[in-house]
Design a protein around this ligand. Structure first.
Ligand code: ZN
Length: 261
């Protein structure tokens, strides 16, 4: 009873309990209290721990961490497309197959995917991987020149080329995260490849390794690149499963994640 009275008095004197919190010097350091006021302030610290203990115990919400969204590897979500130029991007490289190189953070995974496919009787053949800016520029110009020689105008030649070959600086091959993967028995880069066992295996399994079919047939409006059943791109396992599982393209996924600038 005395305790309660003392506390009430303390509150009244200090203009309410909120004011008491606003004067923590007195409330928390009971050893420094002047002898005159000590008889009631000594009681006060008992209140402090109990109210501060309550707050943390009400904070933890066990389901929240488990519901945490995808674990994204941001470096693996770099976007290179008609709208995103990465001409200064230079990844550290490592060989994957036949001299073709990819980003060192991806090379081992790519080799593992190829080995696992082989174990299941599917032969995957890398026919292009990392391409520096200079070779992309050369490829692009060669294609434009071919169209020009066929009678296309400059604009037509560039437009026709851009459907097949990314502008220099805007190719995923410069990221070191993309590979064109065919099979020894079918090495043509055309729609027919989609019917091979290799293409079907990739479509079904690549996401387990963090790779996506980057240019699906039904996303050409967004990617502005024609269907390329051979072009696979590493984005990380969580992102790949989300993208392949929901029939998205990388641009749509990045937009959903608020990562599209
Ligand atoms: Zn490609």
């Amino acid at each position: 009873m005395r305790k309660v009275m003392a506390l009430l008095l303390a509150c009244l004197l200090l203009g309410g309990c909120e004011a008491r919190h606003a004067a923590p010097v007195q409330a928390e350091s009971s050893e420094d209290i002047s002898p005159v006021s000590s008889q009631w302030w000594e009681e006060v610290p008992e209140e402090e721990p109990s109210s501060s203990e309550l707050e943390p115990s009400s904070v933890p919400e066990p389901p929240a961490p488990e519901e945490s969204p995808l674990e994204l590897e941001e470096w693996a979500l770099i976007l290179a497309n008609y709208d995103h130029d990465i001409r200064d991007y230079e990844p550290e490289l490592e060989e994957v197959q036949n001299g073709y190189r990819m980003d060192v953070r991806v090379a081992e995974t790519a080799r593992q995917m190829i080995a696992d496919a082989a174990e299941q009787g599917v032969s995957l053949l890398v026919c292009s991987a990392y391409r520096p800016y200079s070779s992309q520029e050369r490829n692009f110009n060669n294609s434009v020149n071919t169209y020009l020689s066929m009678g296309y105008s400059q604009d037509q030649a560039v437009a026709a080329t851009a459907r097949l070959i990314a502008y220099p600086g805007r190719s995923e091959h410069q990221t070191g995260l993309a590979a064109d993967i065919v099979t020894p028995a079918y090495q043509g880069l055309d729609d027919g490849y989609a019917e091979t066992a290799a293409a079907k295996w990739l479509l079904e399994n690549a996401a387990d390794y963090g790779f996506i079919l980057r240019y699906p047939a039904d996303k050409t409006e967004i990617t502005q690149i024609d269907f390329e059943p051979w072009h696979y791109r590493y984005v990380g396992i969580d992102a790949a499963q989300e993208i392949m599982g929901n029939g998205l393209c990388l641009e749509e996924f990045l937009e959903q994640q608020g990562m599209l600038e």
